[in-house]
Design a protein around this ligand. Structure first.
Ligand code: FRU
Length: 497
């Protein structure tokens, strides 16, 4: 009964969503027996966050997903208040899932004196004596039914180094290197600084603490959902720092997602950082995970949403909330992490419309560009203009817009013009995001619209802006406006289904 969606108005066409209920982080993103598996944080009974389950979907191309039965439920003592985020990998013929068991004994009034003592000793009083997070394992032979390991948890509170809060120890990512297993776990110290912890294991079951990494209080309070991998001769550590302070046009969301790029030393568990980068310049991208595809590409998917924002879907009683971003292929180029839409989306694109040599001066509308689920590829030149604006999902009063200001070399994404504005629960009037982009050169955009979402890849993946947008009018027009002549060498639109 719960699978009934009462209102499908804002459902996407080509992004993964829950069949009903709530979705947050991608989990266990992995290749098992030739098929891609994507699990996710899921509360099936309502369109708000609740005791976490792992929803499950499979795909052969990372675009078209088939839903499977819920893989994990909060039904054991050690995960009774939530099966939190984690990762997956193939171990011989089995699919292993590592996740965090979330225990909040305040909720079920089960009270453990030993646990309380350890908690209070660690925290010097400044922590919850009720919450505890432990790392757990579940296995499957068929990729459908998952059995929790009988000796869970595999890493308990006693293996947390001193100074780290036992209630903020979550989201294990496990990988193998030269026959040894490694795990990176997100954490927070008792002085409210984000960390990751590294563990090693010979069999993937018995773990030893190796080292930790932190960059101090300018890097947020908890480092959630870490992921680590090799890319173009370097190591990349992705994580989502909560409450990372803003730096110029970067880290403008309350919670952010970033990459550290450098070298990870397996012997000592140390990470030498060479550069850092925020992953997305929009409003709605968090907790990404990656995998290596069958063809050897590193592909990342994130939760297309954000904490501490008020989305209208729950109040409107649409029975669902949450979706995943498009898969993005990662690479390193000239000291930057580049993100491109994974190529498999191309086979869903059809009915191409090509416009060439447009000289936009004033407002330009063309009904052949309209659409709710589509890709727009635009290359423009502002030599003879100062301000150029692109509006999408446009009705009479609503639209989401990108404006380019040549004198400031700045792009501004603005989603204020909506009858269902997405409120930031901590900051008022937080409706635009900007980025410095060189507008003296030609600019290339790949814009993916999907009913209530937009993903904009700027200059072949140098920047990405991901945002949700809920319009009441459900407009589908595209309008281009320029204050001088903006020259569009080429504009290609294709529908995506
Ligand atoms: C990140 C996160 C994780 C946690 C999960 C709970 O979005 O807070 O740290 O495991 O969500 O749903």
């Amino acid at each position: 009964m719960a699978k009934k969606i009462r209102n499908k108005t804002y459902r996407h066409t080509y992004h993964l969503m829950p069949e009903c209920g709530w979705m947050n982080d991608p989990n266990g993103f992995s290749l098992f027996n030739g098929e891609y598996h994507l699990f996710y944080q899921h509360y099936p009974y309502d369109s708000i966050w609740g005791p976490m389950h792992w929803g499950h979907a499979v795909s052969t191309d990372l675009i078209k997903w088939t839903h499977k039965p819920i893989a994990l439920k909060p039904d054991e003592d050690y995960d009774r208040n939530g099966v939190f985020s984690g990762s997956g990998l193939q171990v011989e013929n089995e699919h292993w899932l590592y996740y965090t068991g979330h225990i909040d004994s305040y909720l079920d009034t089960v009270y453990d004196e030993n646990f309380k003592k350890k908690s209070q000793a660690d925290s010097q009083g400044d922590t919850s004596p009720y919450i505890r997070q432990v790392q757990c394992l579940a296995k499957s032979k068929d990729g459908t039914t998952y059995h929790k390991y009988e000796h869970n948890p595999i890493i308990g509170s006693e293996q947390i180094p001193p100074g780290i809060r036992i209630e903020d120890f979550r989201d294990p990512k496990v990988w193998q290197n030269n026959g040894t297993y490694y795990m990176v776990v997100g954490a927070k110290s008792i002085d409210h600084i984000g960390h990751v912890l590294f563990y090693t294991s010979q069999d993937g079951i018995a773990w030893e603490y190796l080292n930790d990494l932190t960059l101090g209080k300018e890097y947020g309070t908890v480092w959630e959902c870490p992921d680590i991998f090799e890319l173009d001769g370097k190591h990349v550590l992705l994580f989502s720092p909560q409450e990372k302070p803003r730096v110029g046009h970067n880290f403008e969301n309350i919670h952010s997602t970033m990459a550290l790029v450098g070298q990870f030393e397996y012997e000592t568990g140390t990470f030498a950082v060479e550069f850092e980068q925020e992953l997305d310049q929009g409003f709605d991208f968090y907790a990404p995970q990656s995998l290596l595809t069958a063809e050897g590409k590193r592909v990342m998917i994130g939760w297309m949403n954000m904490w501490d924002m008020k989305y209208p879907l729950h109040e409107l009683r649409h029975d669902w909330n949450g979706s995943m971003s498009l898969p993005r292929e990662l690479s390193l180029k000239n000291g930057k992490l580049i993100q491109k839409p994974y190529h498999t989306i191309e086979s869903y694109q059809k009915n191409e419309v090509q416009l060439r040599d447009l000289r936009i001066d004033g407002e330009y509308n063309n009904s052949s560009l309209s659409g709710k689920s589509q890709h727009l590829n635009i290359a423009f030149d502002m030599t003879e203009s100062n301000i150029f604006k692109i509006e999408c999902l446009k009705g009479d009063c609503e639209s989401i817009s990108m404006t380019f200001y040549k004198n400031r070399n700045e792009m501004v994404l603005d989603r204020r013009a909506s009858n269902y504005p997405i409120e930031n629960l901590r900051i008022c009037n937080d409706y635009n995001r900007s980025q410095h982009i060189n507008l003296t050169n030609k600019v290339k955009l790949d814009i993916f619209l999907d009913v209530s979402s937009i993903e904009i890849f700027v200059n072949d993946g140098e920047y990405v802006f991901t945002s949700l947008f809920f319009s009441k009018e459900l407009g589908d027009n595209v309008a281009l406006t320029s204050d001088g002549v903006t020259y569009i060498e080429k504009l290609v639109k294709s529908e995506i289904c």
